[in-house]
Design a protein around this ligand. Structure first.
Ligand code: SAM
Length: 347
C-alpha cells in the first residue's frame, strides 16, 4: 500500500521567498513573520497515541495524516471535507509531489479513505475534491466505503489557457454519506434567483415568488453546478500564498448544508486552514491535519483573525452572492426579527 505520496524533494527556499516577497500596498495576502511563525508553532498539536476528542477539538495537528488517523477517536466526526493533492506534479511549500500512474494514485487514496469510516459518526457526510484526472479514481474508492450521493462541479475562473486543449476551468467534489440518515439543511443553501417570468395565480397573486425592494425573486433548490465562486487572489482578505487554497465561500456552502452548529468538521489535508476557518466562522467545531508547518501556522493565524472578523466574502447576512458582486452587496444590517437567514442569493 502506498502510504507516502511521492515526495521528490524538499526546497525550503520557497518559504523564505514567501516571507521576503515585496507586495503592492493593496495586496491583502496573509503572510507570517518569523516571530509569528514561532508564536503559532506553539499552538500546533502532534499525536503519538490515542487522542480524546476534547484534546484535538479546534486544533491544527501538524503531522502526516497517515500517522495521525489511527489516533483519532472513533465515531467523532460529523462532516469530513478533504482536498488532497491531486494527481499532478505540484509543490506545496517546497514539498514536491509528482504525478503517479493512475492505479497507484487510487491506491494512495484508498490508503487514507479506508481509515475514515471508523472516525466518522453514522450520520456523517463526506466531501472529497478532485480535478477531472483524479475524479474517477476518487469515485471508485469512495463507493467502496460510503453511499455516493452526488458529484458537485464548480467553476474555477483561474487557470492557464491551453493552445491545443480545453482550458481546465472546473473541479469536482464527491458528496457521500455513511448511512441513509444524514443532515442536509437545504433551506440554508437555497438560491435566491431573479424571476424572469413572474406567473400569477387566478387571483393575480405571485406564484412561487416574492416582490422585494430591488426586484422579484424566487428561492430555488441549489444544484450540483456551482458558478458563483472566486478562487482567492491577492486583493481578497482571505488570500494566502498556498497554491491551491479553496474559497471560504465554497466551504460555507458545504458546512451550512451538511452540519449543524456545534458539529465537528474534520479536514485531513488542511493546507492554509480554509475548512477550520469557515467552520469557526459558522460556529462549528473543527479539527485539521496538515503536514507542512508553515501552512499549519498560516491556518492558526487565520483562525486568530476569525475571532475579530467572522465575515465570509460573498456570504452576507445569511445570503450568498454571485461572484464579483461586492459593489451590489448591502452593508450588513440587522433583520427585522434580529435573526440571520441562511438562504443563497444569486443577483
Ligand atoms: C490541495 S492542498 C489543500 C488546500 C486547502 N484546502 C486550502 O484551502 O488551503 C493539500 C494539502 O495537503 C497537504 N498534505 C499533503 N500530504 C499530506 C499528508 N500526508 N498529511 C497531511 N497533509 C498533507 C499539503 O501540504 C497541502 O497543503
Amino acid at each position: 500500500m502506498i502510504r507516502q505520496y511521492n515526495i521528490v524533494t524538499i526546497l525550503r527556499k520557497e518559504v523564505l521567498l514567501s516571507e521576503q516577497k515585496k507586495r503592492a500596498p493593496r495586496n491583502r495576502t496573509i503572510t507570517l513573520t518569523t516571530a509569528e511563525r514561532e508564536q503559532f508553532k506553539t499552538h500546533l498539536v502532534r499525536l503519538d497515541g490515542p487522542a480524546a476528542l476534547a484534546a484535538i477539538t479546534n486544533k491544527t495537528i501538524c503531522q502526516d495524516v497517515f500517522a495521525v488517523l489511527q489516533w483519532l477517536p472513533s465515531h467523532s466526526v460529523d462532516l469530513l471535507f478533504a482536498d488532497p493533492p491531486y494527481n499532478l506534479s505540484k509543490s506545496f511549500n517546497g514539498r514536491a509531489f509528482s504525478e503517479l500512474p493512475p492505479d497507484q494514485y487510487e491506491e494512495w487514496l484508498d490508503g487514507w479513505i479506508s481509515e475514515l469510516p471508523r472516525i466518522l459518526k453514522p450520520t456523517a457526510s463526506v466531501y472529497i475534491c478532485g480535478d477531472w484526472r483524479s475524479s474517477s479514481a476518487i469515485h471508485r474508492v469512495v463507493e467502496k466505503y460510503f453511499i455516493v450521493r452526488n458529484r458537485i462541479t464548480w467553476e474555477r475562473e483561474k487557470g492557464r489557457g491551453a493552445k491545443s486543449n480545453w482550458k481546465n476551468s472546473s473541479e469536482d467534489i464527491w458528496f457521500c454519506t455513511v448511512s441513509p440518515d444524514y443532515t442536509f439543511n437545504v433551506d440554508a443553501v437555497k438560491l435566491k434567483r431573479r424571476v424572469i417570468a413572474p406567473y400569477t395565480t387566478e387571483k393575480g397573486e405571485p406564484k412561487d415568488w416574492n416582490e422585494s425592494g430591488n426586484g422579484r425573486f424566487r428561492f430555488t433548490h441549489p444544484s450540483n453546478l456551482w458558478t458563483d465562486l472566486t478562487v482567492p487572489f491577492w486583493s481578497m482578505p482571505e488570500n494566502t500564498d498556498h497554491p491551491t487554497q479553496k474559497p471560504e465561500k465554497l466551504l460555507a456552502k458545504i458546512i451550512l448544508a451538511s452540519s449543524n452548529e456545534g458539529d465537528v468538521v474534520f479536514d485531513p489535508f488542511l493546507g492554509s486552514g480554509t475548512t477550520s476557518v469557515a467552520a469557526k466562522k459558522l460556529n462549528r467545531r473543527y479539527i485539521g491535519v496538515e503536514i507542512d508547518e508553515y501552512y499549519s501556522c498560516l491556518a492558526e493565524k487565520r483562525l486568530m483573525q476569525a475571532e475579530i472578523d467572522s465575515t465570509i466574502q460573498g456570504y452576507v447576512e445569511g445570503l450568498f452572492w454571485e461572484r464579483n458582486s461586492l459593489a451590489k452587496q448591502k452593508k450588513p444590517t440587522k433583520t427585522r426579527d434580529n435573526r440571520k437567514t441562511n438562504q443563497l442569493t444569486l443577483i
